[in-house]
Design a protein around this ligand. Structure first.
Ligand SMILES: C[S@@+](CC[C@H](N)C(=O)[O-])C[C@H]1O[C@@H](n2cnc3c(N)ncnc32)[C@H](O)[C@@H]1O
Length: 262
């Protein structure tokens, strides 16, 4: 008898429940067809015969990194330099205020994907002549590797003003590589937002943009509550422009779309 593969009727509901428990990513029944299609990729890569075999594999502690591979095929890592640029104008203002007070800005890019967001933060700080400390985290070790490498294709860097490119990037063949001034303000680290947070904080600014879109209401509520604890009084939480905290129980004051004050 042929093993039940994902192309057939392999039941992915247990996998979806496991992903939701460990990462907060909501995969309701309407997503099961998509999950089945994308899982096929992982099964092929691992040479596993069925969804059941994959679930066993996923749950083994020795294969702890597989969850990040799975998230990579189930979610998007879409990002860009200066994405939702209004937020970086506000960041620049905030950095200026902190500098006036003689405070070194401490910033967190939570869900930093391939690095464009924290590198833009770094550019904003450099342009404001402020030395900042930026923590950049993501659950996906694959995108974190890209972020650390800091090499981007010409069409990706096209979002960066020409003069900024010339000053802070170096040419690496057809690609552009972020230079030392941009790098030295940032520390990259793997982090599952649903797991334990070891960093001390407090942060003056937290960006968690276009990450919570995948999470259920309870997870989002808990997460923004945890961000609140990590923010300094008067600190700012930025979420994506298409996201909102309305409908959630939360302790922030809305400043403008996507921007919340502790
Ligand atoms: C669409 S990207 C957003 C990147 C960037 N913040 C932006 O707005 O351009 C979402 C990122 O969230 C990450 N992510 C999803 N679930 C996560 C979790 N539980 N913990 C940490 N990162 C997570 C994904 O790996 C992905 O890189």
């Amino acid at each position: 008898m042929m093993a039940k593969g994902v192309g057939e009727t392999g039941d992915v509901s247990e996998i979806c429940a496991f992903v939701q428990r460990t990462t907060g990513i909501q995969l309701g029944e309407q997503k099961h067809i998509m999950v089945r299609a994308r899982l096929a990729k992982r099964l092929r890569a691992l040479g596993l015969p069925s969804v059941t075999a994959y679930l066993d594999y996923l749950k083994q502690p020795a294969n702890g990194d597989e969850i990040t591979q799975l998230i990579d095929v189930l979610t998007t890592n879409k990002t860009s330099f200066y994405r939702e640029s209004r937020h970086f104008d506000l960041l620049s203002e905030r950095l200026g205020l902190l500098a006036e007070r003689g405070e070194e800005p401490v910033i967190w890019s939570a869900g930093c994907s391939s690095g464009e967001e924290p590198y833009t933060m770094s550019l904003v700080a450099l342009r404001a002549r402020v030395q900042a400390r930026i923590l950049a985290t993501d659950i996906s070790t694959r995108v974190l590797g890209m972020a650390k490498a800091g090499r981007y294709a010409a069409e990706v860097v096209a979002d960066v003003p020409k003069d900024v490119q010339q000053r802070y990037f170096t040419k690496a063949g057809a690609e552009s590589e972020v230079g030392p001034a941009m790098r030295e303000q940032i520390s990259f680290a793997p982090l599952n937002l649903l797991g334990e947070w070891r960093m001390r904080g407090p942060f003056h600014v937290i960006f968690c943009r276009n990450v919570m879109i995948y999470f259920d209401k309870t997870t989002r509520e808990q997460l923004v509550g945890r961000f609140h604890e990590k923010l300094a009084p008067g600190g700012l939480l930025f979420i994506g422009l298409s996201e909102s905290l309305s409908g959630l129980n939360h302790p922030y004051r809305l400043v403008e779309p996507g921007v919340y004050l502790r």
